[in-house]
Design a protein around this ligand. Structure first.
Ligand code: ADP
Length: 243
């Protein structure tokens, strides 16, 4: 459950071609990362998956079914997203997590809290579970907010998980903590990861490199470094910046 296929997907904004013949598959339970320069078309690809826009040509399939054939409700259930900046409600932490699936049982909520490594955080709170997230209540760091997003995604139980620059706004220490939680969550799910920091996706089963709306390279981290193309260049640039 959860196989995702992009088949010859093309899309334009106002006659300007943005994606051209993009084809790749994420086998059920695997992790595929889409990387590329800014403006390569990564966000547009995610928008097409959510049917924010419809593909112009080609198709996107979940378990062999064209997403245009799914109801909005079925599509919503099939995909969970951990975005770059999670929006929280002025409500308790638990209710914020329950937003992932309002009818979830308390036990399911507790399980999601545990998997997202929020348990320790909640246990150490003197304010208790009902305290609202917000100005005068719980103050969550960027990393903790992302854990709430992860817990929501777990609770939702969708076969397909999308991580859209989910750690881009974090410093490297909270990034590492979130990445290990994400790895846990990804087990048993199909994951599509969009990230510009390549260090976060080296473990992907497959990396798809987009440039100006086209796939220019495809493979795992090692094979792409060996090809010495765009991926290897981006990798070198990012490692130089770190030093
Ligand atoms: P990435 O996520 O890889 O940075 P995007 O998918 O955001 O790339 O953008 C791809 C191209 O589409 C860019 O040239 C961008 O300027 C253009 N674009 C994005 N959104 C719109 C829009 N709503 N209308 C017109 N052009 C857009």
């Amino acid at each position: 459950r959860g196989e995702l296929s992009f088949e010859n997907v093309s899309f334009s904004y106002d006659d300007r071609p943005i994606l051209r013949n993009v084809s790749f598959k994420v086998a059920a339970g695997k992790k595929v990362a889409v990387v590329g320069d800014s403006g390569a078309g990564k966000s547009t690809l995610i928008k097409l998956l959510f049917r924010f826009y419809d593909v112009e040509q080609g198709r996107i399939l979940i378990d062999g079914q064209d997403i245009r054939q799914l109801t909005q409700d079925a599509l919503r259930r099939a995909i969970a997203i951990v975005p770059q900046d999670t929006v929280l409600f002025n409500d308790s932490l638990v209710e914020n997590i329950r937003y992932g699936r309002p009818e979830a049982t308390d036990e399911e909520v507790r399980h999601a809290i545990k998997l997202a490594h929020l348990e320790h955080f909640i246990a150490s709170l003197s304010q208790g579970w009902d305290t609202k997230v917000g100005e005068r209540g719980l103050k969550l760091s960027g990393g903790e907010k992302q854990r709430v997003a992860i817990a929501r995604a777990i609770l939702k139980g969708s076969p397909v998980l999308v991580f859209d620059e989910a750690t881009s706004s974090l410093d490297s220490r909270s990034e590492q903590a979130i990445l290990s939680a994400l790895r846990e969550v990804a087990k048993g799910h199909t994951s599509l990861v969009v990230a510009h920091r390549l260090s976060t996706i080296v473990d992907a089963d497959q990396i798809v490199v987009l440039s100006q709306g086209e796939i220019v390279e495809q493979g795992n981290h090692q094979s792409l470094l060996a090809q010495d193309g765009l991926y290897a260049k981006l990798w070198r640039i990012q490692n130089e910046q770190k030093q």
